[in-house]
Design a protein around this ligand. Structure first.
Ligand SMILES: Cc1ncc(COP(=O)(O)O)c(C=O)c1O
Length: 456
């Protein structure tokens, strides 16, 4: 390794506080320094070339090293490196992008609000829900329902929505505007002798009871990832979303689909909502919007909500919310070219086809393993549930760090998968460009990782 890289590694833990990382563990082990990437591969500081089966952090949908995207950044930055979008300021790229996004968006969505990441998009949508209800004379509608194991970000409001206790530990979180309901995972949450249908009914009844107890006039919105990502790649039972749509509509509670992971082709459709039957009033998107090449989010809202905001601005003046980098010209230009690539290369369809192959190979090679309980997901998102006891569906104790151990050995075999420690799961969300031979390499390496559990 070059000396200057070694120096940076040595200084890293002294200088940088990392997200979702233990300070002491970083001091002990040093950083995992990634220095370059191309296609589906990343290269670390030690010269290891690794198949990145996570796509960065569920986001590099078109793969790494796309010169077209780099050129779009350079050309746009040379023309208009930055200008804000507050107080009616605009730029051509944000308008072109809105038009393109809405061509693909779930039915009923008609307006776009830009930000810099998934957390701020969700934060925006909480505020839009509050603002809407206030403008409609229902200022008491402030609570937000979110699910156990859901992940919606780490800002104060969105960490509160996030239903993973690790994101609350050591902070005065979650805030009390959040109402929590059961994680819709039949495999781990279904009761003995409970059918999947009965489980679904129990989940919907739980939401109905919560609404009755709290009062619909106190509840603004329900947040849901179509398929949960960080919570374990979890898909609710059949019939859950259609029933949820109906229940929430009846009580004038918004359904907000968090499409930050599922959006832009990941599941083999443009958005997860259309495939899983959600009828969202608003969606948040980020990650695959620019394939991670530029930090950016796009939240989309229905025309009905926009009409109320329009009337509100006549009463109150400005919609006083926004971020310095919202509608960034360079980010919008990157997103436009990213959409060009997804469309031109048919990556949505390709994710559906490669996804079928990935799931078939995972099932074929891993389903029979004594420590594999469930293989789940759709398109190019997959989760492999580890179990200590298959018959009892006994998920490993997080303290035993099984997912970390598996991910470490999988990496020694050249493949990066994401360990989800708290839920005993290995997650995958590779670039949508991944090939069948690369999927074979991924499944074989993961198999070696899981086999290593047997050696203690
Ligand atoms: C479903 C979902 N929503 C929101 C977020 C938060 O996005 P960001 O980290 O860009 O704030 C994430 C991040 O992983 C996510 O997976």
């Amino acid at each position: 390794m070059q000396q200057d890289l070694q120096d940076l590694i040595d200084k890293n833990a002294q200088l940088v506080l990392h997200p979702a990382s233990s300070v002491s563990a970083l001091l002990e082990s040093g950083p995992d320094m990634i220095v370059s990437a191309d296609g589906c591969y990343i290269e670390d500081a030690h010269g290891n070339r690794l198949l990145d089966a996570v796509g960065g952090l569920w986001c590099v949908n078109v793969g790494y090293g796309r010169s077209e995207l780099a050129r779009a950044m350079q050309q746009t930055a040379e023309k208009l490196a930055y200008y804000h979008t507050f107080s009616n300021a605009s730029n051509p790229w944000q308008v072109q992008l809105a038009e393109r996004l809405l061509e693909h968006a779930p039915a009923g969505l008609g307006k776009v609000f830009y930000g810099s990441g998934g957390s701020d998009a969700n934060d925006t949508l909480i505020k839009i829900a509050w603002h809407y209800h206030t403008l409609c004379g229902n200022s008491g509608k402030t609570k937000v329902i979110a699910r156990e194991q859901g992940y919606h970000g780490t800002s104060i409001s969105t960490a509160s929505l996030t239903g993973l206790s690790g994101f609350h530990k050591g902070f005065p979180l979650p805030q009390d505007f959040v109402l929590r309901v059961e994680c819709p995972h039949y495999y781990t949450r279904g009761r003995v002798d409970e059918t999947e249908e009965a489980f679904c009914t129990r989940l919907i009844d739980e939401v109905a009871t919560l609404i009755a107890n709290e009062g619909a006039d106190t509840i603004a919105a329900f947040f849901a990832e179509p398929i949960m990502g960080a919570g374990g790649v979890i898909e609710p039972p059949e019939g859950y979303y259609p029933r949820l749509n109906k229940l929430l509509k009846k009580h004038d509670i918004f359904l907000v689909a968090d499409e930050v992971v599922c959006g832009y082709g990941r599941l083999g459709t443009w958005f997860g909502s259309e495939q899983l039957g959600l009828e969202p009033d608003m969606i948040s998107t980020a990650k695959g919007l620019t394939s991670g090449y530029f930090p950016m989010s796009a939240a989309m809202i229905s025309d009905t909500i926009w009409d109320v905001l329009k009337q509100g601005s006549e009463q109150l003046g400005a919609f006083s919310h926004g971020y310095t980098y919202g509608g960034h010209p360079v980010g919008c230009a990157v997103a436009l070219v990213n959409l060009d690539i997804i469309e031109r290369e048919g990556l949505v369809q390709r994710a559906a086809e490669s996804g079928e192959y990935l799931h078939a190979q995972l099932r074929r090679h891993l389903a029979g393993h004594p420590n594999v309980g469930e293989i789940r997901g759709r398109g190019l998102i997959a989760g492999v549930q580890l179990v200590e006891d298959k018959a009892q569906r006994q998920v490993p104790d997080p303290a035993a760090k099984w997912p970390l151990r598996v991910a470490k050995v999988t990496r020694q075999h050249g493949v990066v998968v994401r360990p989800l420690l708290g839920v005993g799961t290995l997650a995958m969300s590779p670039p949508l460009t991944i090939s069948k031979p690369q999927i074979d390499v991924l499944v074989a390496a993961l198999g070696r990782g899981i086999d290593s559990l047997a050696s203690g």
